[in-house]
Ligand binder design. Structure first.
Ligand SMILES: C[S@@+](CC[C@H](N)C(=O)[O-])C[C@H]1O[C@@H](n2cnc3c(N)ncnc32)[C@H](O)[C@@H]1O
Length: 273
């Protein structure tokens, strides 16, 4: 029987990503396991820096690239414009915040939000090294975003929402902080609808971004329930049997009004590292 509570699971996530940040700060990859977003090199084509093109990688300090633990490239999806305000949920080593800050320019602003002190320290160092001045890194959890309502044009995120133990809260918070008409451009691991919660847990750990993934239908229903329209969830590459890196897009057209998301029980943490 699985006795891991949501709080224990979140603590394990924090601990594993703190370790990962420390290893990058010491000059290694953010390696803490295999075949997942908490991975270093074994599955490099599916997670991390390889998902960015050469031009984007050229814009980044080496440590930001090494710290990359995402499962997609939300910058491409978000289609950012000069002057916009962007929020990156679970900003890790800061890769997407740095790239966003460059795209929104001096009149725009890029926020990164992360709960792990070691990741925040790494991201701040990387942003400074990249010469980016319009980036702000905040400490906090994505289930309770420390920003006012209607203050953000675009919410991005890269392989983090699957790690949350309260996904309805995350989607409600995204809708709250976005201005009406604001949009999301998110990369995440998403399961095919045929996979049960147990099937997903058999394919990988929670900290490794596999066991906690929503299915495509659950994502769509959750976003609709939180007040989004023009929703699309598109698979980009398979990361495990029936589980994919995916691009999630949607637009907030009305005030947040959560209608309910299928409840996903936290799966046992199989330990990716
Ligand atoms: C898989 S890494 C992705 C980091 C970054 N987005 C990237 O693409 O490299 C997950 C990050 O999300 C953070 N994180 C996980 N759960 C979180 C939560 N509930 N609230 C805030 N940050 C969280 C972790 O500390 C870690 O930095």
């Amino acid at each position: 029987m699985n006795t891991t509570t949501a709080e224990e699971l979140r603590e394990e996530v924090r601990r594993r990503y703190a370790e990962s940040a420390r290893s990058v700060s010491e000059g290694s990859r953010g390696d803490c396991g295999t075949g997942s977003c908490c991975d270093g090199e074994s599955d490099a084509a599916k997670f991390g820096e390889a998902l960015y093109d050469a031009e984007q990688r050229g814009e980044l300090p080496e440590a930001a690239g090494l710290a990359s633990l995402g499962c997609g490239n939300p910058i491409v999806v978000a289609d950012l414009s000069e002057g916009e305000t962007v929020l990156d949920l679970g900003s890790g080593g800061g890769i997407d915040v740095i790239l966003s800050a460059r795209r929104v320019g001096d009149n725009g602003l890029a926020y990164g939000l992360d709960m792990t002190d070691e990741m925040l320290a790494l991201a701040r160092t990387n942003a400074q090294e990249a010469g980016v001045r319009n980036a702000i890194f905040l400490k906090g959890v994505i289930e309770e975003v420390p920003l006012p309502a209607d203050s953000i044009d675009v919410v991005i995120s890269n392989c983090v929402i699957n790690l949350s133990t309260d996904k309805p809260a995350v989607l409600t918070e995204i809708a709250r902080v976005l201005r009406p008409g604001g949009r999301i451009g998110i990369s995440d691991v998403v399961a095919e609808d045929r996979l049960s919660v147990k099937d997903r847990a058999e394919r990988g750990s929670h900290v490794g971004c596999i066991a906690g993934a929503l299915s495509k239908g659950e994502y769509e229903a959750g976003l609709e329930g939180a007040g989004f329209e023009r929703i699309s969830v598109e698979f980009t590459h398979e990361v495990a049997d029936g589980m994919h890196g995916a691009i999630i897009k949607a637009v907030k057209t009305r005030q947040s009004e959560q209608k309910g998301l299928p409840v996903i029980q936290p799966a046992a943490s199989a330990g990716c590292c």
